[in-house]
Design a protein around this ligand. Structure first.
Ligand SMILES: NC(=O)C1=CN([C@@H]2O[C@H](COP(=O)(O)OP(=O)(O)OC[C@H]3O[C@@H](n4cnc5c(N)ncnc54)[C@H](OP(=O)(O)O)[C@@H]3O)[C@@H](O)[C@H]2O)C=CC1
Ligand SMILES: O=C1O[C@H](COP(=O)(O)O)[C@@H](O)[C@H](O)[C@H]1O
Length: 504
């Protein structure tokens, strides 16, 4: 990561008593402190409603860091230095009085520092509270200085195209676009950023990165977890909104975008939005050919029995929310005409794995005897996002022996072997970017809306056509049969992720 800004900074977290703050934000900030990336003058103000004090608040945050930081348990001295930067601020941020008290607090800190600080307001709150919180910020003029003040907005950004547009109108009516950081944590993952490095720092791939050489692309983001404690949120979201609209479409953009002129935020974002705009719209009557949904029933994951989605806390016993989604998308531009992109994601799947497989066309001519090519497989480039991060290239070689027999082998690069030490977590990278004022890895308004433009027509159909067949895949498998049919229609099959065992 690059050196950080030295400018004094106050990070205000709305929703500081919540799960995101505990599991992701504070562990990430602790690691930034540990690695000396935070400015010397940097404080965190955690806003929440519970009755607590600084000491108890810090103690609970420490438990979170001990459990969830990539570094494991905190180092006492480092923790003390970090804890001294954290302050609890009790209040309901929808009440004007809370905003006024907060303003006094911010000005007091700035007076102590002798200068106006950069103020970052992080909305780690339920999306239903985004409007109330931002109105308070605007009315009290807390976030009005474009040069200094930033607003971080968590996902989900809207629940369809109309609500995303309304939220964008609201935010851009109050703040400058350059102040708004719409977060998609996948863009902070090392291996997702590495897609850009692979494509645009190597001359090897560009000549073959197009419809002439690539047969199709598969993007898999499979999770073994269920909905955990987030049943209430997930019931209203489902896999398409929760994962595809944001993470999977952003990965697709990185794979499919044209080379940017530079890495300036808007250069990269322009190229990504071009991809989203080129995705062929799916007419309502064809949605069933291009999109498949599923929901897990009871099963076993990693040898442990797990309940059906409908038995999870906060989930309706006859829920029709999808926990799995698969799509086929076509990109109508010169580079990708006719190359299908298959996307799939699901909870309670067989293996936790996120990867992109670029499957190449067969060589135009085989000079080998038929027997030689019996175990032939197409060339495949696998970009492994997590776990076992790296890149695997599957090529054909001559098998040892006296006869010409071809077989596939893997040439592999693994992060953990090539580089020492653990990589920063996505939230470390993204929080540091906000502190530095770099929005390259964040979503611009038009990107979010274009992504909803792809997804909303599918949601519209799914909402009107009920699913009688749920649950339709046992927990611990690779998803419903309908997803196999979706890809089989094109004479392809979902590729077994590298390192995953056969599905039961
Ligand atoms: N958790 C995760 O892994 C992820 C979460 N997100 C997003 O992050 C956001 C937060 O999620 P999460 O942390 O899970 O949610 P939680 O429900 O766990 O936490 C929400 C927090 O907001 C506080 N809050 C709500 N209303 C008010 C109010 N009026 N005044 C003061 N505090 C208030 C709650 O305080 P109180 O305790 O007093 O009710 C609570 O601390 C959501 O937008 C979510 O979609 C995105 C990706 C992953
Ligand atoms: O945004 C979300 O992402 C997580 C998966 O993130 P990962 O970094 O663990 O791959 C997902 O579990 C959650 O439902 C979703 O809201």
């Amino acid at each position: 990561m690059n050196a950080t800004s030295k400018e004094p900074t106050i990070l205000v977290i709305f929703g500081a008593g919540g799960d995101l703050t505990w599991r992701k934000l504070i562990p990430a900030l602790y690691n930034l402190h540990h690695d000396r990336y935070l400015p010397d003058r940097f404080v965190i103000i955690g806003v929440a409603r519970q009755e607590t004090d600084n000491d108890s608040f810090r103690l609970r945050l420490r438990e979170g860091v001990d459990r969830f930081s990539r570094r494991g348990a905190t180092d006492p001295e480092t923790w003390q230095g970090f804890a001294d930067r954290i302050f609890y601020f009790r209040g309901d941020f929808t009440a004007a009085q809370t905003g006024e008290r907060l303003k006094v607090r911010l000005e007091e800190i700035e007076r102590g520092w002798g200068e106006r600080a950069n103020r970052i307001f992080y909305l780690a709150i339920p999306p239903t509270s985004f409007e109330a919180a931002t109105r308070q910020l605007e009315q009290l003029g807390l976030c009005k200085d474009c040069g200094h003040d930033r607003l971080v907005v968590e996902k989900p950004f809207g629940r369809d195209l109309d609500s995303a547009r309304a939220l964008n109108r609201l935010l851009t009516g109050m703040f400058d676009e350059s102040q708004i950081y719409r977060i998609d944590h996948y863009l902070g993952k090392e291996t997702v950023q590495n897609i850009l490095a692979l494509r645009f720092a190597n001359s090897l791939f560009e000549p073959v990165w197009n419809r002439r050489y690539i047969d199709h692309v598969q993007i898999t983001v499979a999770e073994t977890v269920g909905v955990e404690s987030r049943g209430g949120y997930y019931e209203d979201a489902g896999a398409l909104r929760d994962m595809v609209q944001n993470h999977l479409l952003q990965i697709l953009c990185l794979i499919a975008m044209e080379p940017p002129v530079s890495f300036a935020a808007d250069e990269v974002r322009n190229k990504k939005v071009d991809v989203l705009r080129a995705i062929r719209p799916i007419p309502a009557e064809e949605v069933h050919h291009f999109a498949v949904r599923g929901q897990y029933g009871p099963g076993a994951v990693e040898g442990k029995a797990v309940p059906a989605y409908r038995e999870e806390p906060g989930v309706a016993p006859s829920s029709t929310t999808e926990t799995y989604a698969a799509l086929k998308l076509l990109i109508d531009n010169w580079r990708w005409q006719g190359v299908p992109f298959y996307l799939r994601t699901g909870k309670r799947m067989h293996t936790k794995v996120s990867e992109v497989s670029i499957v190449f066309r067969p060589a135009p001519h085989h000079p080998f005897p038929a027997a030689a090519v019996e175990s032939w497989q197409p060339n495949r480039l696998v970009l492994r996002i997590q776990p076992e991060e790296g890149i695997i290239s599957r090529i054909q070689v001559k098998q040892p022996g006296t006869r010409m027999l071809l077989g596939p082998v893997d040439m592999a690069f693994h992060y953990r072997e090539a580089f020492r030490g653990s990589s920063p977590e996505a939230y470390e990278t993204l929080l540091l970017d906000v502190i530095r004022g770099d929005a390259t890895l964040f979503m611009r308004a038009d990107q979010v809306e274009s992504a909803w433009g792809v997804i909303s027509p599918i949601l519209d159909v799914w909402e009107t056509v009920p699913t009688a067949t749920f649950p339709d895949y046992p927990a611990g498998t690779w998803g419903p049969e309908t997803a196999d049919l979706l890809i089989a229609r094109d004479r392809h099959n979902w590729l077994q992720p590298a390192g995953a065992e056969e599905s039961p």
